[in-house]
Design a protein around this ligand. Structure first.
Ligand SMILES: [Zn+2]
Length: 237
């Protein structure tokens, strides 16, 4: 029985090691995805500005075509004017030309605004691209390092799982099963130290007869309060 208890303790120890390793591994994984998200966000910002810039360029060429068409209208009207016979017609075309010139001025103003917006966006794009490239480069190194740490921990976990299997193989399957279920129910601790008549797992007083039986190592004894398997330890460790 003493041997079984020792093996249970070893099982608990290796399980806790695995838990700790898994916790630090998932911490690293969170850091890793944080780094990746930062890079993705920077890339998305660049893409958003590129899209706006493309839209502005398209609007600008639309305006330029309208501008050219308007210029052509004016010169056509001016040519027509030369062949005009009546004063009334002359005035009508004159009004058309005035309206077209006004239109032209409006388009030119809008074009200037669009061009300055394009310049603004272009320099913003250059800055964001630079920052994105810098971030990507810095992150690449960090991603490699984090991944290496994660892989290292995984190989430690694998080694511990192997060790757990080899310990468990030496034990009765029913005992391993009982231990594993208890561990799940008792927040990772299936065993509790018994000392000075107390269960250290739940800090409750153990019935004296039960406590005395622990010295005999005849059977597996569990705490009546927290159901953990009791391990007698006289000295504080
Ligand atoms: Zn207990």
């Amino acid at each position: 029985m003493k041997k079984k208890l020792d093996m249970l303790e070893e099982l608990q120890e290796v399980d806790q090691l695995i838990d700790t390793l898994k916790a630090s591994q998932s911490g690293l994984q969170a850091e890793l995805s944080g780094i990746n998200q930062g890079v993705d966000a920077a890339r998305e910002e660049v893409e958003a500005i590129e899209a706006r810039l493309a839209q502005c360029e398209a609007e600008k060429s639309g305006m330029e075509s309208t501008h050219a068409a308007e210029l052509e209208n004016i010169s056509r009207s001016e040519t027509n004017m030369k062949e005009i016979k009546t004063n009334k017609e002359f005035q009508a075309i004159g009004r058309e030309i005035t309206a077209a010139r006004k239109q032209l001025t409006d388009i030119e103003e809008q074009l200037l605004q669009k061009i300055s917006l394009i310049e603004e966006l272009s320099s913003e794009l250059a800055a964001k691209k630079g920052r994105c490239a810098e971030l990507t480069e810095n992150s690449a190194q960090r991603i490699v390092e984090k991944q290496a740490e994660i892989d290292k921990i995984q190989s430690d976990i694998n080694a511990d799982i192997e060790r757990r299997e080899s310990v468990a193989k030496e034990m009765p399957a029913s005992l391993v099963k009982k231990f594993t279920i208890l561990r799940e129910q008792r927040r990772g601790r299936a065993l509790a130290i018994a000392r000075d008549g107390y269960c250290m797992g739940c800090n409750m007083h153990l019935p004296p007869q039960l406590y005395n039986n622990l010295y005999k190592y005849e059977e597996l004894l569990t705490c009546p309060h927290c159901q953990r398997i009791l391990i007698l330890k006289l000295q504080q460790q």
